[in-house]
Design a protein around this ligand. Structure first.
Ligand code: ZN
Ligand code: ZN
Length: 152
């Protein structure tokens, strides 16, 4: 999103709206921006410097690292701050900064829910919606070997 310096009055100028998801330039299998990025920003020019502050939010589709389901998480930048010394330019493109700040909000490890039980490592059952009859003792080959040793 490009803002024009000369249009910013003494009181500053408010920018509210949406940018297309395409500005995120990030479409991986497990991380997809499909919905618009929302912004609510105040731009001010003070002593030949541009200051933009406000809030950004963008829903992102992520794959849960435990149960592998795709879920939507809202990434929110509560305090976006952009400061630039002006040197005669008419406009400034905030897009790279917006993109970077939103990407910093991506979780290191995506979880659909903090208590997600994940998939059974043996049969693949989603343990959030069903239970399976696997037991660690019978499902792991190592345990089977130990069990047979004990029998002897
Ligand atoms: Zn999950
Ligand atoms: Zn199982």
């Amino acid at each position: 999103m490009r803002i024009f310096i000369k249009r910013i009055g003494d009181e500053g100028e408010t920018f509210r709206g949406e940018e297309p998801a395409a500005i995120m330039e990030l479409q991986e299998e497990d991380v997809q921006f499909l919905d618009p990025v929302r912004y609510d920003l105040l731009a001010q020019v003070q002593q030949n410097a541009l200051l933009v502050t406000g809030r950004l939010s963008a829903p992102v589709h992520l794959r849960c690292s435990r149960c592998l389901k795709i879920f939507v998480q809202e990434l929110v930048v509560e305090r976006f701050v952009y400061h630039l010394e002006l040197s005669g330019q008419d406009s400034v493109d905030l897009t790279p900064q917006i993109r970077e700040d939103i990407i910093l909000e991506l979780p290191q490890r995506a979880l659909c829910d903090g208590s997600c039980k994940g998939l059974c490592p043996h049969c693949g059952t989603d343990l959030n919606v069903a239970t399976c009859s696997c037991r660690p003792e019978t499902g792991s080959p190592q345990w089977q070997v130990l069990d047979s040793l004990k029998l002897k």
